[in-house]
Write a protein that binds this ligand. Structure first.
Ligand SMILES: [Zn+2]
Ligand SMILES: [Zn+2]
Length: 97
């Protein structure tokens, strides 16, 4: 029976565990270089996602354009574009003739 093999499953004391992958690291920082690089990549991609999200919020939406389509008038009640021939908006607002 090999007694040495049973100790491999026991957590090694004095050896730092990599906070990213959870495995023992031999480096002084306790983080595998490839793991820290991978985490940096994740952080960068997350930051880029945040920037893209903020840019999407700041940019005006196409639906919010104030221009009224031709042959349409805007209902002051529900702010929907209604055809000019309609005397009454689907919401119930009656246009002044
Ligand atoms: Zn690691
Ligand atoms: Zn309306």
């Amino acid at each position: 029976m090999c007694a040495k093999q049973s100790t491999s499953t026991v957590r090694a004391t004095g050896r730092k565990l990599c906070p990213i992958c959870g495995k023992a690291s031999y480096s002084l920082a306790g983080v595998h270089p490839q793991c820290s690089q991978r985490q940096a990549d994740i952080k960068t991609s997350e930051r880029l996602k945040e920037v893209a999200k903020k840019a999407a919020l700041n940019s005006p939406r196409p639906a919010a354009t104030p221009t009224v389509r031709s042959w349409h008038k805007r209902c002051p009640e529900c702010h929907k574009d209604v055809h000019v021939r309609l005397a009454r908006c689907p919401c119930g607002f009656a246009f002044a003739q």
